[in-house]
Every structure is written in C-alpha cells, then in structure tokens.
Design a protein around this ligand. Sequence first.
Ligand code: AMP
Length: 488
Amino acid sequence: MTSSFSNLLLAEPLARAVAEMGYETMTPIQEQAIPVVLSGQDVMGAAQTGTGKTAAFSLPLLQRMLKHENASTSPARHPVRALVLLPTRELADQVAQQIKLYAKYTNLRSTVVFGGIDMKPQTLELKKGVEVLVATPGRLLDHIEAKNAVLNQVEYVVLDEADRMLDIGFLPDLQRILSYLPKQRTTLLFSATFSPEIKRLAGSYLQNPVTIEVARPNETASTVEQHFYSVGDDDKRRALKQIVRQRGITQAFVFVNSKLGCARLARSLERDGLRTSALHGDKSQDERLKSLAAFKAGEVDLLVCTDVAARGLDIKDVPAVFNFDIPFNAEDYVHRIGRTGRAGASGLAVSFASGGNDARLVADIEKLIKKKIELEPVEFEEDRPRGRINDGRRHWREEGEAGDARDVLDQPRERRDVDSRRGSGGRPHRAPAAPRDPFFDKPYEPGQPDATPAWEAAAKSATPARGISSNIKPKRKVAALFKSAEPS
Ligand code: AMP
C-alpha cells in the first residue's frame, strides 16, 4: 500500500514544495526510508535509479535541519550540516537541483561542487555558507584543502550511488573525506547493489544501519520491453535507424562502451540527419551540461553516451534505450535500461550483440537479471519502397536520401575502438539472415530463473575474441578504463 505525503506530517514549507512538484503518493523507497531517516538511524538502501530516492533522503534531512534554519546573512550561521556525495558531475548537479526545489520555501541553503569547471564561483557560494553541500569527491577534497569547505559541523552524510563511486576508484577519496567529519552523525548509503565491497564500506562507516531494499538489486523494471538483436558491427547503425523509424521513437539514449566510439557514432548519426548529441567524459563540463539541457528540452533526439557520463541522470520519459555496445559490466545493463520505463511508464530497451565476446557479456546479463534472453535476428528493409515511415517525425531524414550509401561507406568503428583498447583487431561480423521481420512482434517472455542461460552454451562454444582471455573480468576492465578520465 502506498501512502500519501499528507500522512507524513512534513513541515509546511517542505509539504508545499512537494505539492508544487505534483507528488501525491510516496514511492516505495520514500515510504520506507523517510520515517527511518526522520528517526535518526543510519540507512543502507538498495534502490534502482528513478525510484524517487533523492526525495527519500533529502526531505527527511531537510526536515531535521529545519531547527537550524535562519535568515541571517552571516556565513557562520550557515555551516555545512548535510553532505551528499555522488560519483559524477551530472548526477551531483541533478541531485542539487532537486534539493533546491524541495528547500525552496525554507531558509536552508544548498550548493553543489564538482570538477571540470572553475572553482571560484563554487568558492564564493561556499564562503557565503550553505547547510547542504552536494559534491563529487575529487572536487570536494580540493575545496577542503583550500579551506573553502569546513565539515566539522556535518550531521548527515549521504553516499549516493556508492557502488559506482567504488567502481570508479573513489574509495581513498571517500575515506579521506569521511575522516574530516564528526564521528557523531547519521550516515545514509545508497547503492544499486550490495556487493561485498559495499558491505565492507557500510561496515566501516555506518552504525547499525536499517537495510531498505525496495526492489531486488539487479532487477530490471517490469515496464521495460527488452530485445536483444544479433547484428554485425557494420550493421548496427542501420539497425538503430530502422528501429527508431519503425517504432516511431521520439527520443532515446544510445549507450556505447568507449568515449571515442561515442564521439564517432554521434557524428555519423548527425550526418545521417538525426539530431544527436554526445555525452562522455572527454567533453568539457560546459558541453556536457549543454548536451543534457538540449536533450531535456527536446532539441536533441539521440543522446549518445558512455556509462559514467549518463549514470543516474533523471531525464523523464525517455521512450527507448539502445545498447549499441553490450556493456562490459552486466550491472551497467540494469543502469542503462533504468533510463526508460521510469515511474511506471513503459519503455523499450534494445541491445545489439555482435560476435566475439558479446556472447559472454550477454550471458552475464542473463544471469544477473535472471531472465532468459532470446537473441533475435534483424531483417533490413532492403526491399521496401523508399520514403518516410514515421510520418509523425519531422526530422528523420528520408530513407535513401543520404543514409544508405553512407551505411556502406561510413561505418562507425565503435567496436574497433573498444577492441583496440583490449588488444584485439575487431572483426566485422554479419548478422545471420532472418527469415522474416521479427522486430518486436512477440512479447518478451521471461525465462525460468534457474534455467541454464542459452547464452552460456553459445559463450562456451564461441571462439574467444583475439587477445582476450575468458578469465578477464569485464568489471575490472571497465573500472580501469574509466578510472582516469571519466569522473570529476
Ligand atoms: P530519483 O530516483 O530521485 O532520481 O527520482 C526520479 C524522478 O521521480 C524525479 O524526477 C523526481 O522528481 C520524481 N519523483 C520522486 N518522488 C516522486 C513521487 N513521490 N511522486 C512522483 N514523482 C516523484
């Protein structure tokens, strides 16, 4: 049973802000976490992105901080009392924006600091005094060292997307930051999964936490229709365009595994006449925020992105997510497709599996989500008359106008980017011929949880990609790839 915000006895300024945002009933994480946080206990929460987790921790924290609220202009009257740590700049920005909205009718101040942009404006904000500080770990340490951020009055700490912070390699930074904080405090940790590393982190920094799990970790939303297509590297772009047309998709995330691949694919799709933008760690912070804003405003149809850049972004109502590359880390599959089908809306997740190592990666996903994955063939519309399929779309270029010749001449080289990083040459792979157009004409059928994944057998018999040992763990590989450049 879900309960209404009006039962919560939120203070009037918070209740007004929540009502203004149109929230009526609490989401499951809110229902469970808010009373626990209000009671002052530590929390270890597992919740998928898009579950309303930001409000679940920020509303009760703001409520508890209201006793310190004051209208004084003196910075000393506004010490940092709540610290929210997140792995990426975009996510930090997004959470900070939400907190500002929840706190808008209070005198509690908040700000955000993250890397990639000038420290000076952030320093000015910090010096004015803020009760809630949202930050990425690296930039926060810079501000601590510069004595811009003083954390000796912090009462509440939130470690959000903690699993990703560890994946990125932020553990030493987190340990340093936590060493600056008073021992007497409330600590909330949110993570998509409770890996042994996360449990160790919680064991070191949380005191008798209440564990809250609203959906089984690693569970994919039931509102997302998932399809896996067998398609050669050379045909992926064409398949993507065809699906977009056939399904009348208005906006989508397109995930790729490498920054280089991301930039290249975005350029080729743009040349194909699709309004496309790229989001990856090599873009300047300004460019990244502009890309996001353009996507949110509907000025861009396809946001081609890497995992770290897109992690946790709250962009509502994205009808589809494409996995142009199968993620190296199965957990990223769950995060990627969590971008669609949010808040009960239906969504579509399409993944392209080519040869080589993809069989093993898909088998990993199958095990993680405990659903049988059927690999479907693709039939291209070679024979259909040229012309626009989706009449509702204004800007998808007419088929044959420029796309087909380029499909042959100007192939994206995303797989090769990835393969070259992993020491392989990358081989083109043709999709098996399909007997008929199979696109989305059958509903997704969940498999038996304990059945041996169909992909397992394929993975065993498949020739491993050159230079890749089957013992290499994709997760470590990804963490290493992103470690230096992606996070702030
Ligand atoms: P989050 O998981 O915190 O990123 O939230 C995902 C989205 O759900 C955000 O856009 C929130 O504004 C929205 N949201 C959070 N709580 C509620 C609620 N109780 N009712 C409706 N929308 C909500």
